[in-house]
Design a protein around this ligand. Structure first.
Ligand code: SF4
Length: 326
């Protein structure tokens, strides 16, 4: 793999809630190379967004805490950084695009005011230089009449245009790493495709690395080089995109693939995954997928399967493979 930009090692995030402890991310490890796009895929509540927020050190404490593990960004452990160092890192070297732009953009400031703030603080640009740069960024992300729209408020933009503003803001300080957390989920299908193309185009143009959080395997097929499948706080499968789609090895990944339509002309019946995601306050013992898995064995109810390399670069956490190997 190209040199590593981000490496997570045994990341574990726990929330101490009044009703009890909840482990949202449990022993997650993966790495992302320079210029690589990595898709983290799974159903809602699997721990994808908490993983992204942990990388940005945006886990609210209390009730959340990073219980163990390391997050290495360009070789430095993010968890050892001071709040000031993290502020300098966010935006300048790592940026994030959120699912709902309204939660990240401030409704009482114009687009120019919001984006130029980051430019002036991080890059030391003058007011006039920052304004010029904001117009350039808005034009780059495809906002029509940027000279006029630069003085608009966020509520004056449609959902797709807000997501473009969010992307312009994320790209403003030339970050090396972008995290996109379900950036197309709240948009209608045609706008989703446009925003997705815009993000992948920008990643390629600026040679950035991308962590793409999504529940949509179709998006992964389009946008990602490597894929991590998450279920109930664990990574259950990790492989290059082609390998995941051609030879999925974990029953959950197989279930996800069987539940999406194919566009290659092959007609087949869609099969949803039985049951629903487990209650994370009281997860089942052993493999957390066992109540939904048609291959479940006794050992699955007792022991958590380890993530093991089953082919070069292809990892899966399933007792079926341990049994086959034995
Ligand atoms: Fe199914 Fe067992 Fe594999 Fe879990 S470990 S996915 S229950 S076969």
């Amino acid at each position: 793999m190209a040199d590593t930009v981000l490496a997570l090692d045994d990341l574990t995030v726990r929330f101490r809630l009044r009703r009890g402890d909840l482990t949202a991310v449990d022993g997650v490890s993966f790495s992302i190379g320079r210029g690589q796009t990595f898709g983290l895929v799974g159903e809602s509540g699997s721990g994808k967004s908490v993983t992204a927020r942990a990388i940005m050190r945006l886990i609210p404490h209390p009730p959340g805490e990073i219980e163990r593990g390391r997050i290495l960004f360009e070789g430095d452990d993010i968890l050892g950084k001071s709040d000031g160092e993290m502020r300098a890192l966010r935006g300048r070297r790592i940026a994030m695009v959120f699912q709902e732009p309204m939660s990240a953009l401030n409704p009482v400031f114009t687009v120019c005011e919001q984006i130029s703030d980051a430019l002036r603080n991080n890059l030391g640009l003058s007011r006039a230089e920052a304004r010029e740069r904001v117009i350039e960024l808005l034009s780059m992300v495809g906002i029509p009449s940027p000279q006029r729209r630069v003085d608009s408020y966020v509520h004056e933009f449609s959902g797709g245009m807000r997501q473009r503003v969010m992307l312009a803001m994320a790209l403003s300080c030339d970050p090396r790493f972008l995290i996109a957390d379900e950036p197309t989920t709240a948009l209608d299908v045609t706008i989703q495709a446009t925003i997705l193309e815009l993000i992948t185009g920008m990643i390629e143009r600026f040679g950035m690395s991308l962590l793409f959080i999504t529940h949509n395997l179709g998006v992964v097929a389009h946008a990602c080089d490597r894929v991590g499948v998450m279920y109930a706080s664990h990574i259950v499968e990790l492989a290059d995109r082609r390998e995941i789609f051609a030879r999925p090895q974990h029953p959950y990944t197989v279930g996800l693939l069987n539940s999406i339509p194919r566009l290659d002309g092959q007609a087949r019946t869609l099969t949803p995954i039985a049951g629903s995601v487990c209650n994370m306050m009281r997860p089942p013992g052993g493999c957390k997928f066992h109540p939904r898995c048609s291959h479940a064995m006794d050992v699955c109810r007792r022991e958590v399967p380890a993530l093991k390399e089953i082919a070069p670069g292809h990892f899966a956490a399933c007792h079926l493979h341990e049994r086959a190997a034995a």
